[in-house]
Design a protein around this ligand. Structure first.
Ligand code: ZN
Length: 607
């Protein structure tokens, strides 16, 4: 017996999808329906049910049935001997990869925002009739999704199907007048769908994506078997960035300027923005194995009604972040120099964050629900990212295994074993199991490594790792917090400033607004706080554009009078300038490296 859903953009101008669900055999005591509170991959309680603005139920003869609400996401329909149908409206106006968005130009939804679970019947097969909006305006709309089609041809409105509820909600759907590119990996069709205003060179993007996807497929030896087709659903906007992984698709949000334009010469070096876009695609595609299949025991099955805790997100987001860019240098989509620049930026981000001394990566993973996903102005001081520091732990683990086995084994072997023994068999990974597997593969007890860098807040010995492959890790004092590292210092050392205000600032009509005030910096010591708007330093009007230049013209220990608004109150502060920190990092190849070291580097890059 199939659970039959339908979805239609009934009022695109009012951002409303109308959904129906038909159940042949409802629960005798009254059928319950529930919408998830969070979406896998984005670890925050979002209470999607708050967007359900109408909920009605009917019996076979279209008589209305009573509906009572049991909690914020759970409905109960009165007992009924026969089949029942429910009908409800979802307000969809969140332009993100996590929820649903609908207007007269396109529609996008995740099943977690739109399809209620039929409690007790979650394992039953589902069908979903994706219906075209009414009116000639929508004549040219098509549908893009990795849901399996039941009857329509590809990209059409009509009947789709899913194995069960878990499958139903893991295939986001795009509808509208999108552009499409197609390529194959291991004989499986892959589509890239672009929605929104753009002038992208789709054939070029397909060529690059094909190389990236093939690299990951070769790395694990195969595509997961249930992938019949893979879709990159891409929303192109003026300014945006994000991605969310699904079992056979990914939803992406990117900026128009990230993509190469039609007519742009292919042999031109990629822009940094395009490299970032390819890195994002690489990241989400790697997740097809790592987190969609190789996943913590706690996620099997997902409980989508409350927080689910694991300390392992460093392995799912950190390891994925490590391989997303490393794979690009391995398959020569980017140069080794590009890769060092990206790594240098990651190292700068991690080592500038004081929060890394207060929170371990394991704690960051466990508390992601309330801290990483609910960051406020204190984030740089108080939390560490399991993405960025997690990727450095992955790098450290890779180098540690390589050293212990004289380069015969690496993190690659850990990932392949995790795929064969856990992911492919749909077995969840118990907490700490990856650490045991890594120790087994290295032939050494790596508990000290994990204690230091995962469960405690120690910094990784990055210079040692890089020295072993003939790469030097350098640092310098930057004259701007906007310098995100990765490259050599271009400022003449004589003109270099050695002071800093110790805060991040943004534009404000009144002056320079502090967004983040760093621990023990000049601004914090003076009593300035995030949210304050500095209007004058030493009696000179300041803005975001000139505040660093003005500050940099003074020497260490100078005391400056600063005027700032906190709320609507004008306050004055005595700001004593601290010396700037040596925390801007870049990597460069050591040209004096001998052959044995170059050989290690080539093995790391798979050259
Ligand atoms: Zn990720």
């Amino acid at each position: 017996m199939t659970i039959k859903y339908s979805i239609k953009a009934t009022h695109p101008e009012a951002h409303i999808f109308t959904i129906t669900c038909h159940i042949d055999k409802p629960e005798k005591q009254g059928q319950q329906f529930q919408l998830p509170s969070w979406i896998p991959g984005s670890y925050m309680i979002r209470d999607f049910a708050k967007n359900i603005i109408r909920f009605e139920a009917y019996d076979k003869s279209k008589n209305k049935l009573n509906v009572s609400k049991l909690n914020k996401s759970l409905w109960q329909v009165q007992a009924c001997d026969n089949c029942i149908s429910i009908e409800y409206d979802v307000y969809a106006w969140d332009l993100s990869v996590r929820s649903a968005h609908l207007d007269t130009t396109h529609g996008f939804f995740n099943g977690t925002s739109t399809f209620v679970a039929v409690i007790g019947q979650e394992e039953k097969p589902c069908s979903v009739d994706i219906q075209k909006p009414d009116g000639p305006h929508y004549d040219e709309w098509r549908v893009a999704t990795s849901l399996e089609t039941l009857e329509p041809s590809l990209y059409s409105f009509g009947q789709y199907k899913a194995e069960n509820y878990d499958d139903l909600i893991d295939h986001p759907v795009e509808m509208g007048k999108f552009d499409l590119g197609t390529f194959e990996v291991n004989n499986i069709q892959h589509d890239i769908v672009l929605t929104g205003k753009h002038r992208a060179d789709i054939p070029r993007i397909c060529d690059d994506l094909k190389v990236i996807c093939q690299t990951h497929a070769d790395f694990f030896g195969e595509l997961p078997q249930d992938i019949k087709r893979y879709v990159f659903l891409t929303m192109v906007v003026g300014d945006g960035y994000g991605g969310l992984e699904h079992r056979s698709s990914t939803s992406l949000l990117c900026s128009r300027d990230d993509l190469p334009f039609k007519g742009q010469h292919r042999d031109q070096q990629q822009t940094t923005e395009y490299r970032n876009f390819l890195g994002l695609c690489s990241h989400e595609y790697f997740h097809t194995w790592n987190v969609k299949k190789i996943k913590p025991e706690a996620y099997l099955p997902y409980n989508l009604n409350k927080e689910v805790y694991t300390e392992q997100l460093w392995a799912f987001e950190g390891i994925t972040s490590y391989y997303d860019d490393l794979s690009l240098v391995r398959n020569k989509i980017i140069t080794a120099e590009n890769y060092l620049e990206v790594l240098g930026k990651t190292i700068t981000r991690v080592l500038r964050g004081n929060g890394r001394n207060k929170q371990s990566v394991a704690e960051s993973s466990f508390d992601t629900w309330t801290r990483f996903y609910q960051q406020d102005e204190s984030a740089p001081n108080n939390i560490v990212s399991y993405y960025t520091k997690g990727s450095l732990i992955a790098l450290g683990l890779d180098f540690t295994i390589r050293k212990a086995t004289n380069n015969k084994k690496s993190l690659d072997d850990v990932m392949k074993l995790l795929w064969i023994e856990y992911g492919k068999k749909s077995i969840g990974i118990p907490e700490k199991m990856i650490e045991t597997i890594a120790s087994d593969i290295s032939g050494e007890n790596l508990q000290g490594f994990f204690d230091n860098y995962l469960y405690n807040t120690n910094d990784l010995p990055l210079s040692d790792y890089f020295n072993s492959v003939g790469i030097k890790l350098n640092s310098y004092i930057s004259d701007s917090v906007d310098n995100t590292g990765g490259a050599k210092n271009t400022t003449d050392s004589n003109q270099m400033s050695s002071v800093t205000i110790g805060a991040r600032v943004t534009n404000n009509p009144l002056g320079a607004k502090l967004t983040h005030v760093f621990d023990n910096g000049s601004a914090q010591n003076a009593g300035l706080s995030a949210g304050d708007i500095i209007i004058a330093v030493d009696s000179i009007k300041v803005t975001k554009a000139n505040i660093e230049k003005i500050i940099n013209s003074y020497s260490i220990d100078t005391q400056l009078e600063v005027y700032a608004f906190r709320r609507d109150e004008l306050m004055s502060f005595k700001l004593k300038l601290n010396s700037a920190e040596d925390n801007t990092y870049y990597l460069e190849f050591d040209k004096t490296s001998d052959l044995s070291i170059l050989d290690k580097r080539e093995k790391w890059f798979n050259y």
